[in-house]
Design a protein around this ligand. Structure first.
Ligand code: ZN
Length: 174
């Protein structure tokens, strides 16, 4: 039976929200609550023009993330309990985050990974990913481990970003 949900756009939590610093729990069963959350996360990610979104960014400490790097938004990937099981190489590229809007910085990541996760139909998947997809997967898994991309930056760079966030907060723009 196909269930139709009315999808809901969720609030995206911004940097500074304590939920982003809470480690997420494993999902034990892919039940309707998990499925619904994943669908709402996709809707939220598309509306925000993002390529990835992790559950803590919508206030849920569950190991779920959604990704779509396709400019036509036709290739959604829902990952439950995702893991990077191997990684190769080192590439620095610009990265951003829906929880830190309009802030970008270079982050070093594996350009080639093998990832394992459970899909929305409870099937275990093991897939290779490269380049942008590999980067987004690593970024989203970091969220599940309470890590944020600016954690990787040298102190001076991170402080500059934090200063900018403070400035925006003062303006009520955060
Ligand atoms: Zn992010």
């Amino acid at each position: 039976m196909i269930k139709l949900y009315i999808m809901t756009r969720l609030d995206i939590r911004k940097y500074g929200d304590p939920v982003l610093r809470k480690k997420s729990k494993e999902v034990s069963t892919v039940n309707d609550v998990v499925k619904r959350l994943a669908q709402d996360m996709l809707e939220t990610m598309y509306a925000a023009k993002g390529v990835g979104l992790a559950a803590p960014q919508v206030g849920m400490s569950s190991r779920i993330c959604v990704i779509d790097i396709d400019p036509d938004k036709k290739s959604p990937i829902i990952m439950i309990n995702p893991k990077v099981i191997s990684g190769e190489g080192n590439v620095v590229d610009q990265e951003g985050c829906l929880s830190l809007p309009e802030l970008f910085a270079g982050v070093k990541r594996f350009p080639n990974i093998v990832t394992e996760y459970t899909d929305i139909n409870s099937k275990n998947k093991k897939v290779e990913a490269r380049d942008l997809l590999a980067r987004v997967i690593q970024h989203e898994i970091d969220h599940l481990d309470a890590k944020i991309f600016i954690d990787y930056l040298p102190d001076w760079k991170r402080k500059n970003i934090e200063k900018e966030i403070k400035r925006r907060k003062k303006k009520g723009d955060w």
